[in-house]
Design a binder for this molecule. Structure first.
Ligand SMILES: Cc1ncc(COP(=O)(O)O)c(C=O)c1O
Length: 444
């Protein structure tokens, strides 16, 4: 079956969904035109759709499923917990197990608390920062995605028509209705531009609760934050009592000790999600004791409130603990080697097809770009309409060749994959690039 096919079961399911959901969907990132492909099951690195088509999954629920689908140990942990009860208005030992596991791996994690998504983790971290120093503003990098929460949506999708001067990037709303009052409390800084970002942070230092960084930001094309940039942010935060928040909802995937170990810095607060829940909904905020005490209820009402019916629910904790226990240093190393093989294979595919393109990323997180620009910041990485069109063609070609990647070229490996899966994907990309060339009338 070739995608799209109006007679497919996925198309029929979407028609049904469209009668009861706005746009037929309940998650922006899984919607696609003319219809999303409906999943039925997944096993290891493969995912089966409603029409029985099986594909190798290089998206892994947007970087979440580090062991692929239905890993037997995670399934067993979830089944055992379900039989004991799914959630209680009491804590369980399972949250201590996952907390101990994560805190033992990262130097800046003295304390940790759980929530239910990465967006929530960022929201709670910002609340903690505001409670810590009593200030209203946050600084965030242009183009960086930190979840579905008003202040961090500012400028996450900035474009050339509205992003303004690089010396002082405009605050652009992602959607209509983002209040001016929210926008005013956000300073947009350029990723990796030490001089301009320093100037902007210093200008607002006495009003800033937090500076948000991501050492490997997915929507800023996985351009790693430079050591110089992270040091500048770290030093300014320390000097002005601003809370440095490192959003590692995605980038926590790159190393056993997390990206702070790789990049050589210590954040005050760190947000996580995705892999640490083993496939279940999850978020977490961890950090140094003096910043996490704002949540401490033992001496009266805490400075920052943090409740949540499903926080640290034992289903998520059981799945997360099973998943993270299996992510030994060796497992991270094996994934990183596989990641290098993927990056090299894709670069070879671009060379062989004689097409402009490049691959960025680290560890098990990678991204395909359809240009050869020198990447420095969000503006340089921002895909132009012809590049987006080529990526869309490649995406559909890959679907029909039996592979799933993110529509923006996003790739996330899983431990369920082997070299054959990676090599097969690179070959399929090569064929897709050749098809694009032929369509462009460029083929020899
Ligand atoms: C860096 C980063 N922060 C936050 C989020 C939001 O996480 P969630 O989708 O779990 O709310 C994401 C999601 O992709 C992310 O990549």
């Amino acid at each position: 079956m070739t995608y799209p096919d109006p007679k497919s079961r996925s198309a029929q399911l979407y028609a049904r969904a469209s009668k009861i959901m706005a746009g037929g969907s309940t998650r922006l990132t899984t919607w696609q035109s003319p219809y999303p492909i409906y999943a039925v099951s997944g096993s290891g690195c493969r995912i089966k759709d409603a029409d029985g088509v099986e594909r190798v999954d290089f998206l892994n629920n947007y970087m979440t499923l580090i062991h692929g689908h239905a890993h037997p140990e995670i399934v067993a942990a979830v089944q055992a917990q379900a039989a004991r009860g799914m959630s209680f208005a009491m804590p369980t030992e399972s949250e201590i197990l996952l907390a101990e596991t994560l805190c033992s791996r990262v130097k800046s994690f003295d304390r940790i608390r759980f929530c239910n998504s990465g967006s929530e983790a960022v929201m709670v971290a910002i609340k903690a920062a505001r409670a810590h120093n009593g200030r209203p503003m946050i600084a965030k990098c242009e183009g960086a995605y930190h979840g579905m929460f008003d202040p961090v949506e500012v400028s996450h999708d900035a474009n050339p028509e509205s992003w303004g001067e690089i010396d002082s990037p405009a605050r652009t709303p992602y959607t209509r209705g983002l209040p001016e009052s929210v926008m005013r409390d956000v300073i947009v800084i350029p990723h990796n531009d030490v001089v301009r970002a320093r100037r902007l942070i210093e200008l607002h230092a006495d009003q800033l609760a937090a500076v948000l960084v991501d050492p490997l930001p997915p929507r800023v094309g996985f351009i790693p934050a430079t050591a110089e940039y992270l040091k500048m942010v770290r030093d300014l935060c320390t000097k002005h009592d601003i809370v440095m928040i490192s959003d590692e909802v995605a980038s926590f995937r790159i190393d056993y000790h997390g990206p702070q170990h790789v990049h050589g810095f210590e954040a005050d607060l760190t947000t996580m999600g995705k892999i640490i829940g083993g496939g279940m909904p999850v978020g977490a905020i961890a950090g140094k004791r003096e910043f996490m005490t704002v949540f401490d209820p033992t001496r009266g009402r805490p400075l920052a409130s943090h409740g949540g019916t499903f926080n640290a629910n034992p289903m998520t904790m059981a799945a997360g603990y099973a998943a993270m226990k299996m992510m030994t240093p060796e497992a991270f190393s094996r994934l990183a080697v596989l990641g290098q093989r993927l990056a090299e294979g894709l670069r070879a595919a671009f060379r062989a097809a004689n097409m402009e393109g490049q691959v960025t990323g680290a560890g098990s997180l990678w991204k395909i770009h359809m240009n050869n620009r020198q990447f420095t910041d969000y503006r340089s990485v921002h895909a132009m309409p012809p590049e987006k069109a080529k990526l869309a063609t490649l995406y559909t070609h890959l679907l029909n060749a039996g592979y799933v990647m993110g529509p923006t070229g996003l790739l996330a490996l899983s431990t369920a994959m082997g070299e054959g899966d990676v090599d097969g994907f690179c070959n399929a990309v090569h064929d897709g690039l050749m098809a694009i060339r032929r369509a462009d009338g460029q083929a020899a």
